[in-house]
Design a protein around this ligand. Structure first.
Ligand code: HEC
Ligand code: HEC
Length: 216
């Protein structure tokens, strides 16, 4: 793996879900992280980068929406997503670690600077939650989330650095993503997600997706 060294150590702690991962960022990842930190301290540059990202993302808008709020159930919202997570995913599509018939080809034509600007643009946009249609199912999802996901994705499902934000994500997309990890077909693989996804039933996945979409 180019961008990370992953050390997995399972904790012997009663809960079948519990595992502890120490993640060591690679030098290119740290460089991007430092670049983002500098950008966030410079309001003028930040605004200019957002504007450049919006221009570079004109084609992406066809599927992901003008501001990264998708209207297609299988297409993820990019709005509000963590920028380093977005950059990692763009790299994964580019080198085949993640597979999608559209995305693989599309990202190959993006220069590193365009990738960076696009990620900063989407990250700066608000994402609206989708109210749960089935409150009981969402409640089941909330309980499962607190047990199995909160350690990495955070109390409010905002993620961090290269961990995905899940709050406000589309139901259809979250369902597909979890099934892709669970299926271990290579369409999408990440050791941190594959282990946890293997334990989820279809009902668990539906409950989690409804709960997560409803979060602001
Ligand atoms: C033809 C429709 C289409 C276009 C155009 C498109 N995308 Fe996508 N994008 C998708 C789909 C579908 C997925 C989800 C693939 C999957 O299920 O893994 C996706 C996923 C992504 C993801 C992963 C998000 C996540 O939460 O993991 C990123 C990042 C992304 N696209 C960026 C872009 C960028 C940048 C552009 C413009 C250069 C773009 N996309 C253009 C359809 C599209
Ligand atoms: C050990 C840490 C860890 C745990 C526990 C974990 N996740 Fe994740 N999750 C990640 C990481 C890291 C990614 C990004 C992986 C990648 O690059 O594909 C991710 C990605 C995802 C994605 C894809 C998001 C997107 O935008 O494409 C979904 C959906 C998801 N996780 C849901 C869950 C749910 C639901 C649970 C609990 C059942 C959970 N995760 C538990 C670390 C974790």
């Amino acid at each position: 793996m180019k961008f990370r060294i992953l050390i997995l150590s399972t904790l012997l702690s009663g809960s079948a879900w519990a595992s502890n991962y120490a993640w060591i960022p690679s030098p290119p990842f740290r460089e991007l992280e430092a670049k983002l930190t500098r950008l966030q301290a410079d309001e003028v540059m930040h605004k200019a980068t957002i504007a450049a990202g919006k221009r570079a993302a004109f084609f992406c808008a066809n599927c992901h929406g003008e501001t990264g709020v998708s209207t297609l159930e299988r297409v993820p919202n990019l709005a509000g997503q963590n920028p380093l997570y977005l950059l990692t995913q763009i790299d994964k599509f580019g080198d085949g670690r993640r597979q999608d018939e559209f995305m693989g080809g599309l990202v190959k034509v993006l220069k590193p600077e365009e990738r960076f600007n696009i990620a900063v643009f989407y990250a700066s946009q608000p994402v609206p939650p989708t109210p749960a249609r089935d409150a009981r199912l969402a409640e089941t999802g909330a309980k499962l989330y607190a047990r199995a996901c909160v350690g990495c994705h955070g109390a409010k499902a905002q993620g961090s650095r290269e961990v995905a934000r899940l709050a406000g994500q589309r139901i259809g997309y979250v369902t597909t993503a979890l099934k892709n990890y669970r299926g271990a077909t290579g369409v999408r693989a990440d050791p941190r997600m594959t282990g946890v996804a293997k334990k989820l039933s279809d009902q668990d996945i539906n409950a989690l997706a409804m709960y997560l979409a409803s979060l602001p």
